[in-house]
Write a protein that binds this ligand. Structure first.
Ligand SMILES: Cc1cc2nc3c(=O)[nH]c(=O)nc-3n(C[C@H](O)[C@H](O)[C@H](O)COP(=O)(O)O)c2cc1C
Length: 151
């Protein structure tokens, strides 16, 4: 199975890139082939599983990631697609759940040609790498693989 992770970030080697690396390793360990693409660079992509994610800056997913979904509608049609966001609003507790769903997740999901197979909200960071997030990301990938048909 070929899986593709599409993401972007405004900050090199911070949370988004750690999450992508952790997910890549977990996918490879499970036997999947993995392609990594920056949303702005990606051309036509042929994959069996798409994992598309964005960090949240100033209350929005990145435009490059939103544009990727819109412009790759044909590639995504009929393919299992999972969405992830990386943000910090969840630190403020349960009341922010609806906010995250409405402003962070919905703009991504609404652009997909079909319903996503799963959605993850990961906790990002500003400076110091939060290594506790690795296990959360790896477990999500393993669960995700359990939901999609392997070829
Ligand atoms: C300039 C800036 C703006 C941010 N705005 C938000 C925000 O509106 N909501 C939120 O939940 N997190 C916000 N965050 C937290 C980021 O989502 C978090 O730091 C994440 O790790 C960013 O991804 P990166 O580490 O790959 O840059 C912001 C972070 C930065 C640096």
């Amino acid at each position: 199975m070929k899986s593709c992770i599409i993401y972007d970030t405004k900050r090199e080697n911070r949370a988004a890139e750690h999450f992508v690396r952790w997910m890549k390793k977990a996918l490879e360990k499970a036997g999947a082939e993995v392609g990594i693409y920056r949303a702005a660079d990606a051309e036509t992509i042929d994959c069996d599983l798409f994992i598309i994610g964005s960090p949240i800056y100033y209350e929005r997913p990145m435009k490059t990631v939103l544009d990727f979904i819109e412009s790759h509608s044909e590639d995504l049609k009929g393919k299992p697609t999972a969405i992830f966001v990386i943000c910090m609003a969840q630190l403020f507790g349960n009341p922010t759940k609806r906010h995250i769903e409405r402003y962070y997740i919905t703009p991504l999901v609404d652009r997909l040609p079909e319903k996503p197979v799963d959605i993850a909200v990961f906790k990002g960071w500003l400076r110091k790498t939060d290594r506790d997030q690795k296990e959360i990301a790896v477990n999500w990938i393993i669960e995700l693989l359990g939901r999609v048909p392997w070829k």
